[in-house]
Design a binder for this molecule. Structure first.
Ligand SMILES: [Fe+2]
Length: 278
């Protein structure tokens, strides 16, 4: 085996681009094939089955078409109740978080670490065409007290692009504008949006791919002007041993350890004996 003069942080998993680290560091996000496509299809099937039942529709034959066209059979006034029902029902299934992790595992282990903590629930977003009630304006998660040591794994359940998707301001431009955020104190986020809108990347993510992004950079969405409904899931991952500054986002509550390694388990189990001298 040849000698190496640098520690290898590169990806070791399947489906992982050799430029994953470089792309993530330079842009603040990556879009990759999910690590297990049959698991994604089955996860979507479970959500579609529960959604069809919740709105008294027969189980569809085409899951993607059902989700894309949900606005044709569900009034927008009932959307949030259905979304919350699905959120609680699907998050109660034991397979949901482990399967969701599996879809991005190779990338997460390369970008974040192999001892990880995962958000205790996976969020559901459903954005019907023209719906103004499900918006997430321009923001960076760190502005509201989130840890800067995290990524968001954002998974569309249908093909998304343009206003049906979300936007991100890539790292160099985002860092530059955040450094002079005080200039936008009077105009607020609306003025900031006007300043940067030409530089936003509207993420084109076909079903079967997953977005992993650093939410320290500016991102958000607008009214969905496409003809079909957006369905996406999102969940936060952080290194098990990164700082947890915010009491409401503590390890053991908001974040739960998922891949604790044997040496960490043994270290945590060790108790220094008292009263013994060599
Ligand atoms: Fe966010």
């Amino acid at each position: 085996m040849p000698l190496v003069d640098a520690f290898d942080l590169g990806p070791h998993g399947q489906n992982v681009s050799p430029s994953l680290i470089e792309d993530f560091l330079s842009q603040g996000y990556v879009i990759c094939d999910v690590c297990d496509r049959p698991a994604l299809d089955q996860l979507r099937r479970e959500i579609v089955t529960a959604a069809a039942k919740a709105i008294d529709q027969p189980g569809p034959t085409d899951d993607g078409a059902f989700l894309d066209g949900i606005h044709q059979v569900l009034p927008v006034e009932k959307l949030n109740a259905v979304r919350l029902g699905l959120y609680h029902e699907i998050n109660s299934r034991a397979w949901f978080r482990p399967t969701y992790f599996r879809l991005g595992r190779a990338m997460l282990e390369t970008l974040v670490g192999n001892e990880l903590a995962m958000q205790n629930r996976i969020n559901f977003s459903i954005q019907m065409p023209g719906d103004k009630t499900s918006l997430l304006d321009l923001h960076a998660d760190v502005f509201s007290g989130e840890t800067p040591y995290q990524v968001v794994q954002w998974l569309p359940l249908v093909d998304v692009k343009a206003t049906k998707s979300m936007f991100i301001l890539p790292r160099p431009k985002s860092e530059a504008v955040i450094a002079r955020l005080a200039e936008f104190s009077d105009g607020g986020m609306r003025a900031l949006y006007e300043e940067i809108k030409r530089d936003l990347i509207w993420l084109d993510i076909p079903y079967g791919k997953v977005l992993i992004f650093c939410p320290n950079f500016l991102h958000g969405n607008v009214v969905n002007d496409e003809a079909t409904t957006r369905w996406s899931l999102n969940c936060r991952f952080t290194g098990l041993f990164t700082p947890y500054d915010s009491p409401e986002k503590a390890l053991g509550q908001f974040y739960l350890p998922i891949t604790v390694r044997p040496t960490t388990r043994l270290g945590m189990a060790y108790r220094q004996p008292g009263g013994f001298r060599e």
